[in-house]
Design a protein around this ligand. Structure first.
Ligand code: GDP
Length: 374
């Protein structure tokens, strides 16, 4: 039942309770209750884990702790980064026992469909699979289109699969470094196959290539000009090219495309692995030719483990990542320096106004930065 309204008392005279506003009565409000909903439980804060808690959880294969550690790796907050680096350091001795496979292809090539079936195929043999992604577009859209669980229905519910979308913040170099660090954590957690997915449209392939043992390029059969749209560099990086959607009335075109790729690959010099990239057709959707593609990948691993290239490539990659990390940190320090930022703005304007040449302006800014280091 509605409560009768309490009139405002004399001491709280309200201007609209004046006689001139006949027929109008402003009532006193009700007191603010102490809490809105006494039955609402406060959300429990996640307990802060120590470095050892993280490492222990990861080593035990606790995927929730692994996920939290990856979130720390991706965080831009300096304290998180410090913890993350310590966790990575402790996981390093346990890493590196996996097969790392890069998978690329233009949007629509069938990457997620294929990763779902390739991943399920690998898991049938036992072991654990992590699917990570590097997606340069996420830098702009603040969200990743790759590595999304909903795109991989079977793996998303598989108890031995861990799916993580692309880290979204930062430069490609930064995103790639985070993915590489995530690989270390996943390996320490016992994931013995790692897929790193990327969109086959730009520089991200180079980043992925520098962190995987095998690089698989997914292609589609088109209208006879298959080779045109593909950058030569990407083809050169590929250890295997697979033509997807070889099903229905597309089989013949897929075979034709495969023949064209084989011919093109013969024009390239033999890669340092000593492995001539193979070309195959398959259908991710209808699950045709999956075992054959995977046999090809197994053959590659047997080949490079036997001739020592597997270890050699990993060593080269370590060196590459050391340099990348130095590059990235130097840049960050330089561009985050407030004095540099100020001077840079002034000098850029001078260059735009033709008051100073770009070289002199650059030298001035660098000179300033060096002087701050003394
Ligand atoms: P992504 O953008 O590279 O991840 O590609 P998706 O896996 O999302 O696939 C794009 C579209 O191609 C979807 O509609 C799939 O159902 C379809 N597709 C994927 N693989 C095959 C295949 O082997 N055969 C056919 N016919 N369609 C496929």
């Amino acid at each position: 039942m509605a409560q009768p309204l309490t009139p405002i008392d004399e001491h709280q005279h309200h201007p609209e309770n004046d006689d001139q506003y006949a027929g109008l009565q402003v009532n006193a409000g009700v007191e603010q209750p102490p809490i809105v909903n006494p039955y609402m439980k406060h959300r429990k804060r996640r307990p802060q884990l120590s470095v050892n808690d993280y490492v222990e959880g990861i080593v035990k294969g606790n995927s929730a702790v692994l996920g939290q550690a990856v979130t720390l790796v991706e965080s831009l907050i300096p304290e998180h980064q410090m913890v993350a680096q310590e966790v990575i350091e402790k996981c390093l001795p346990l890493c590196c026992q996996s097969q790392r496979i890069g998978i690329t292809g233009v949007p629509g090539a069938g990457k997620s469909t294929s990763i779902d079936v390739f991943g399920t195929h690998v898991l049938q043999r036992g072991g654990k699979l992590a699917v990570l992604a590097i997606d340069p577009s996420s830098e702009r859209s603040r969200g990743s289109i790759l590595g999304d669980k909903t795109r991989m229905e079977k793996l998303a519910v598989h108890p031995r699969a861990f799916i993580r979308p692309s880290p979204s913040a930062g430069s490609l170099g930064g995103v790639a470094r985070k993915t590489r660090e995530t690989i270390v954590l996943c390996e320490a957690a016992g994931y013995d196959t790692i897929f790193v997915e990327t969109v086959g449209v730009g520089q991200s392939e180079t980043a992925v290539h520098s962190m995987v043992d095998y690089f698989l390029l997914i292609q589609l059969a088109g209208t006879g000009d298959e080779l045109q749209g593909i950058k030569r560099g990407i083809m050169e990086m590929a250890d295997g090219i697979v033509i997807n959607k070889a099903d229905g009335d597309n089989i013949e075109r897929a075979n034709l495309a495969a023949a064209q790729f084989r011919n093109a690959l013969h024009l390239f010099p033999l890669p340092p692995s000593g492995w001539l990239p193979e070309v195959m057709t398959y259908s991710g959707y209808y699950e045709l030719g999956i075992a054959e593609v995977w046999d090809m990948i197994d053959r590659y691993f047997a080949h490079v483990r036997a001739n020592g290239y597997f270890d050699e490539k990993r060593r080269q990659q370590e060196r590459y990542w050391m340099r990348e990390t130095i590059d990235e940190q130097l840049r960050a320090r330089f561009y985050n320096d407030p004095g540099v930022q100020q001077l840079l703005a002034v000098k850029e304007q001078m260059v735009l106004d033709n008051q100073q040449s770009s070289f002199v302006a650059a030298a001035d800014v660098l000179q300033y930065y060096y002087s701050t280091l003394k």
